[in-house]
Design a protein around this ligand. Sequence first.
Ligand code: 5AD
Ligand code: SF4
Length: 317
Amino acid sequence: MTHKDLLHILTSEDASTLFRRAEDTLLANRGRHVFIRGLIEFSSICRRNCRYCGLRAQNSNARRYLLKSEQILKAAANAKALGADSIVLQSGEGACDAGWLAELVREISQSLKVAVTLSVGECPPAHYRLWRCNGASRYLLKHETSDPDLYAALHPGYTLNQRISCLRTLAELGYEVGSGFMIGLPGQTMDSIANDILLCKDLNVAMAGVGPFIPHAQTPLKDCATGSAELTLRVISALRLVLPKANLPATTALATLDPTNGHISGLQAGANVLMPNFTPAEFAGSYRIYDNKNRLDMASAALAVEACNRTHSCSLN
Ligand code: 5AD
Ligand code: SF4
């Protein structure tokens, strides 16, 4: 698929035709099963200052927490018991000690016999290696935008090249790698969104998470416009056509814009992953990367899957 083909998909193709084409591609390549990832946001601490994110270090209003190992283990066991296929441990960057995290990963993967995905940002290769040796098999690190100038403007002190180099290191270490990006970032063009899709293809990612940009009131981008849900759905479909076997989540950000139908429309556009949230309730409200963040629970995940005539592993008794 060329850049020009992608622009056509993003701007002109009839939306329902596109979504059907993407869902048919999904069913032919991966079948009807929707994978359920149990998301645990184990720390809201972050050293970075991404201009779009409510957890940026300079936001002194954000409440910072780091869950204890026991709390995380309990949340992971609960997710597994309710039918999660894997556990995603997510935090801001530089939130915890690498050795402590390695121990936790080992414990979860061994005791629960479940795949562990990490999403803890850009770290030294030695840490990536340590976690890999202790049982982490997947890593999510979104490239956020493939436009190098926009990347630099949104991430003070960091470059797109560093980001891509981390993604390549993770792949070399044997991780299944996930990337992703936001839709509707201020200054983002349709051209650069087409490049985002091509970059995911070029990196041959196993997973790609795409969500609309949603402004957070305590960030420099607070007055910027929210990204388009429809364009996000078109991007999910385009990714499905370009990477037929990839795992593509219907993201929480999508459901934040459309709480009743967001996850369903993501699945119908070619997504095959849902990420219900297992962060203990008393902390989940503090993991505010953007405003009015939706929280998907297992029961709603199951309902969304069933509404799309797909199958899932949730056990809701
Ligand atoms: N709107 C939408 N998504 C956001 N993220 C961070 N801030 C925002 C925002 N304001 C996403 C980024 C990041 C993930 C943790 O959350 O893509 O990778
Ligand atoms: Fe930190 Fe991630 Fe938010 Fe950036 S997007 S400020 S790395 S939590």
